[in-house]
Design a protein around this ligand. Sequence first.
Ligand code: ATP
Ligand code: MG
Length: 285
Amino acid sequence: MTTIKLAIQKSGRLSEGSMDLIRRCGIKVKNGIGKLKAEASNFPIEFLFLRDDDIPGYVQDGIADIGIIGENVMVEEDRDVTVLHKLGFSRCRLSIAVPKGDQYNGVKDLQDKSIATSYPKILKNYLDEHGVVADIHEISGSVEIAPSIGLADAVCDIVSSGSTLFQNGLKEVEKIFYSEAVMVGSPNMAEEKMELVRKLLFRIKSLQTAESNKYILLNAPEKSIEKIKAVLPGMRSPSILPLAEPGWVSLHSVINENDFWEKIEELKEAGAEGILVVPIEKMIN
Ligand code: ATP
Ligand code: MG
């Protein structure tokens, strides 16, 4: 029987999000996490737990069929892998930072400076684009302390809230790359495997659609139905159920999270009462 091999970060900032996604897809992982390999009991998939930097290479070489990594690692490793789907977690950016007290007026100020980073390729691309030549100092960890120990004038590092930079006396001056977790795959995967990957992606997409939508229930006088329908486009049209109180109905629909607060105001104005908004677990369009 065909199975697919999924490479996941063994331990780090992608691990929890990756395993959580698999679990929410209804896939049960057998024999523990923390090992190098695991299987699932109810989906033809095997898991390989690796360092994230190694994943693009393993996928390129076909040791794993698919993998979950940050876009930053995908670009930095520059292997022959394609992005199959964006996953929306482990969002971060790669930024250049300099000591807080330094004057900084723009990227030209980095000319001939030394910059410590774990992402030399992404940094070099950025500097090249801006016609700046700097001395790129590749280090594998604790990049943020480089200026204070005299190793470099600036850093190029991953930022999410900015608190690590702040604690190390640095200020963010250029945001050069935005990243989130992505599922990558080998561009020449066998069709039977691709079939399984499509099944997995179908589940992931249903979860993502569900997450960005809410189920909404509300009560309204019958005379307001048309007005409320205009505010709530829903998947098709809202369901309308009579209430025990004559002249009143209960209206059910789906609402996009982004429109949520604005629509709630409009619904109240249209006569809606007792509005309930509940999460959707899965949504198939
Ligand atoms: P490994 O030991 O597997 O090589 P690592 O130390 O290189 O791990 P992590 O720090 O675990 O990597 O980060 C993994 C990925 O998670 C990064 O490549 C990036 O895409 C994302 N990431 C890193 N830091 C953050 C953060 N603070 N917030 C959100 N996502 C982050
Ligand atoms: Mg790594």
